[in-house]
Design a protein around this ligand. Structure first.
Ligand code: SF4
Length: 216
């Protein structure tokens, strides 16, 4: 089926989801500064935010600054994060990102897409989350697995490529909603439009969604 996406449908979707899940949503990852958010976001790849939130308070109490992380060996960090998937890779990437921030950005997390993408292990999704939630900068739209599922069902985009979905949404979603749309799609994806099953009868978009099983 052909994709269905235009300004009107996107505006309606955003407005209904805001009414259902709230306005101005923010990341559920616990953090108190841009560096902590960057680390938490890197840890959240293929892990749930709630799992990440269980381990980060203890870790951030022990290692407080970018320099603390830059001086670590992967095995030291792994002690804190080994309950998460891909923890060996994540530990290396976080330490290398800390070293790169010290070397190239004067110890401060960069506040631009270009700078973020220079960091080891940081892709557009992580960059978008950190830029939006730590700096209020919207340079793109963070696309996670919920966003992929929901975008395909709602707009029939027929792609799992996050960058293609991001580019498509950026054409139609108002820039001021670029941060919100991620959280709204995550809320919808967790609530009724899950990857394994859709509960269209309880969805606020059931009358306008082409994949709905309940049109009334
Ligand atoms: S109507 Fe069904 S398929 Fe469409 S967004 Fe809602 S839950 Fe998902």
């Amino acid at each position: 089926m052909k994709k269905i996406i235009n300004n009107d449908i996107v505006r309606l979707v955003v407005s209904r989801l805001k009414k259902r899940y709230g306005n101005e949503m923010v990341t559920s990852l616990r953090h108190s500064n841009p560096w902590e958010l960057l680390v938490a976001t890197m840890l959240s790849a293929q892990s749930q935010d709630s799992q990440v939130n269980k381990i980060t308070p203890k870790m951030f109490k022990r290692y407080r600054t970018v320099t603390d992380f830059a001086l670590l060996k992967p095995v030291e960090l792994q002690r804190y994060i080994k309950t998460l998937g891909l923890y060996r890779n994540k530990s290396k990437n976080i330490i290398n990102a800390a070293r790169s921030i010290k070397k190239n950005f004067n110890g401060k997390v960069p506040n631009s897409m270009e700078g973020m993408l220079m960091l080891p292990g940081v892709g557009r999704k992580t960059a978008n989350v950190v830029l939006a939630n730590a700096f209020g900068i919207h340079d793109g739209i963070a696309i996670d697995t919920h966003c992929i599922t929901v975008s395909n069902r709602l707009f029939l985009l027929d792609t799992k490529d996050p960058e293609k979905i991001e580019a498509e949404l950026m054409k139609y979603v108002k820039r001021s909603d670029w941060g919100n749309i991620t959280h709204l799609f995550i809320a919808l994806g967790r609530d009724v439009c899950t990857a394994r099953r859709k509960f269209c009868g309880e969805c606020v978009l059931r009358d306008i969604c082409p994949s709905s099983t309940e049109r009334s």
